[in-house]
Write a protein that binds this ligand. Structure first.
Ligand code: WT7
Length: 629
């Protein structure tokens, strides 16, 4: 099943869609199971219901750790690079990682956690974050990692939604020049949570923190008491592995549920196949473990494949715009996987920041998170890859768990801005607005998937109905991605962007409704409409149209209050770039906001606003245009 030529890709792809059960069933055999699965797939997209390898029994950490100990025990599993280049990197071997994970798994157990319990992880990008994730998986506890840039309110909402029993956090975190008091933010959030019984706190910044007696424990104290022998909990393939929240088109984030067996097989296979990982190579994905990219392609995929995975605590601009390239040179990184927004930011910096570092170790480059524009693609190709590294533009989602459409490095012919071809086992379909599949070449439609793949989310935690409505109702019988997509003459796919109310800002998925309801909390605000508009570096930025209760004396004061409110409610990533105070919003007679018009005004494309005659009050459009920023 290994793919080493484009012809072979076509052959494997063909086999994978003709007999998906055989394809995935064969792939599952390379893993360590306590009971090998015989029952490969049950599914029904109308319910929806999907179960892979259902009678299989396993523990994913035995696949990520135990099975490598004999021949890779002394190989580095994780290279950790600190925020500050002056702080020594850490190299953790597979054996050391195994010991630490088992030890921490015992800490979790001793503090009352059992299989199925939910654990919230709110930590900086330090090796202990990966250890925490794996320790949960070791004992069958369900981890819910919340990105450490989220606010106390966002943290509390996520803890409450899945009723987490324990929180793992740190005193603080370093991000560039800033030190963030993570524990203080967590404490603020915990005031609104009743399900948390224990909080384990890692020392990272050595800042002063409040420790709540009877609830809060120091990580290092607990580890000292723990034994490093911990048998893995035997899990059913369809038992929950983790929950990860993503934004949707209502205010409430969706807890996407991923299960053990299918997720493991899928992320391991895609990691090896897309990047063509070779034993001994150093692989670096710059994402945060707080996002799906980090789950699948920093932790589970690479470790299950026995790779050396680099974890970076810092930001691309600290101490200067050459930091990524310095890290590549320092650790002789072979495979580098990042986001278009980072590329665009670094592209703006002087080339000397790139050229003073030796990038000759690089073999493969990757991107993920949003469409990459041609200019950024070429800059990446020429200046980072020096024209000799294939770029894999990987399209996928929190919901898909693993890479779905992507070139295979060195195998698939590249076409800038195209994610190119589906992975084996992935069956994309383009739909027109009426739900008719588009069969011909050179057409654009809505991207759906017509057959299950093993790492797909199984449900939204606690809300299967919403899962059905969001993903399986627009086109009955198909999974709907929310993305627009074009397919060219060669059958290559190019993702054109979201067609729903989700905005991708700097690669982060944000729901318009979530931001709107945060702004609406301000007592001076009556109603808000939020749209995305193109932004040079962020890809998209947020434009908020705000109706206020009364005449405002000082717009700038209210603007900064709104920004602070969004920061507090969601996090700094969701702050609008522009806030315009408007007398009204363009609404249809049924009360629906015509975002299409607001999008055009925000993008300064006002020559052709389309038909506005169906609006309740068309004159409001003139007024909004006159005040546009
Ligand atoms: C949305 C999913 C997948 C991990 C990071 C984001 C957009 C993702 C690409 C790409 C064009 C892309 C889509 C998708 N997206 N990768 N290579 N080309 N668009 O995960 O937060 O769940 O967001 O990101 O719009 O639906 P996510």
């Amino acid at each position: 099943m290994e793919i080493s030529s484009f012809d072979q890709y076509h052959q494997v792809y063909k086999n994978s869609v003709e007999d998906p059960e055989k394809f995935w069933g064969d792939l599952s055999k390379e893993f360590k199971w306590h009971k090998e699965p015989e029952n490969i797939l049950q599914w029904d997209f109308n319910k929806p219901e999907v179960r892979w390898f259902e009678d299989g029994q396993l523990n994913i950490t035995e696949n990520c750790l135990d099975r490598h100990l004999d021949d890779k025990g002394d190989q580095t599993a994780i290279i950790w690079e600190a925020n500050d280049p002056g702080e020594a990197p850490r190299h953790i071997t597979y054996r050391e990682l195994f010991d630490e994970v088992c030890r921490f798994a015992n800490v979790l157990k001793r503090n009352g956690l059992e299989k199925g319990d939910r654990v919230c992880i709110y930590m900086p990008m330090v090796p202990e974050l990966a250890i925490a994730v794996l320790a949960c998986a070791r004992i069958g506890a369900v981890h819910s990692v919340v990105f450490a840039g989220f606010s106390s309110t966002a943290l509390a909402d996520r803890i409450n939604d899945s009723q987490c029993k324990m929180l793992l956090t740190s005193d603080g975190s370093f991000r560039g020049k800033k030190t963030i008091d993570l524990k203080a933010i967590a404490d603020e959030g915990l005031k609104k949570c009743t399900s948390i019984q224990k909080v384990v706190v890692l020392k990272r910044t050595n800042g002063a923190v409040h420790m709540e007696p009877g609830r809060d424990l120091w990580w290092h104290d607990e580890m000292e008491k723990a034994d490093s022998q911990c048998d893995a909990e035997i899990m059913g393939a369809e038992d929950l592995l983790f929950i990860l929240y993503t934004s949707g088109s209502t205010g409430k984030p969706k807890g996407m549920v991923h299960t053990c067996g299918g997720y493991m097989v899928n992320v391991t296979y895609t990691f090896k196949t897309v990047f063509q990982y070779q034993p001994g190579e150093v692989y670096w994905c710059t994402a945060d473990i707080g996002w799906i990219t980090g789950h699948s392609y920093i932790v589970y995929g690479p470790l299950s494949a026995g790779a050396t995975t680099l974890m970076f605590e810092g930001v691309p601009s600290y101490p200067d715009m050459g930091r990524f390239w310095e890290v590549v040179a320092r650790h002789k990184v072979n495979i580098f996987y990042t986001a278009p927004t980072a590329i665009r930011a670094l592209e703006k910096a002087d080339l000397s920041f790139v050229n003073k570092h030796d990038l000759s170790s690089l073999r493969v480059l990757g991107t993920v998170g949003e469409p990459i524009n041609a200019e950024a693609w070429h800059w990446y190709d020429q200046n980072i890859g020096k024209g000799r590294c294939p770029i894999v533009d990987t399209w996928w989602q929190t919901e898909t768990g693993g890479i779905m459409i992507s070139p295979l490095a060195g195998i698939t012919p590249l076409k800038p801005t195209y994610a190119t071809l589906p992975m084996p086992g992935v069956q994309p379909v383009l739909m027109d607005e009426n739900g008719q599949p588009l069969e011909k070449a050179n057409q654009e439609g809505r991207l759906c998937i017509e057959f299950p793949w093993p790492s797909m989310a199984r449900t939204i935690y606690g809300n299967h109905q919403r899962f059905k409505e969001t993903y399986f109702s627009a086109y009955p019988g198909y999974y709907f991605t929310g993305d627009g997509c074009r397919r060219d003459n060669d059958g290559f796919y190019r993702i054109t962007g979201r067609v729903d109310d989700v905005i991708i800002v700097s690669g982060h998925n944000l729901g318009t409704a979530e931001i709107e309801s945060a702004i609406d909390e301000h007592q001076k605000v009556v109603e808000t409409a939020v749209v995305g508009f193109p932004h040079d570096i962020k890809g998209n930025a947020i434009y908020a149209y705000v109706i206020t209760r009364d005449q405002i004396d000082d717009e700038d004061v209210l603007r900064s209050e709104i920004l602070a409110l969004v920061s507090e409610t969601i996090g700094p990533i969701a702050k609008p770039e522009k806030i315009q105070f408007v007398p009204g919003l363009p609404k249809t007679r049924s009360g629906k906001i015509m975002r299409r018009i607001l999008r055009k005004i925000a993008s300064k494309e006002t020559e052709n606003l389309g038909d506005i005659s169906t609006l309740l009050d068309p004159s409001v459009v003139e007024e909004i245009m006159a005040g546009a920023i």
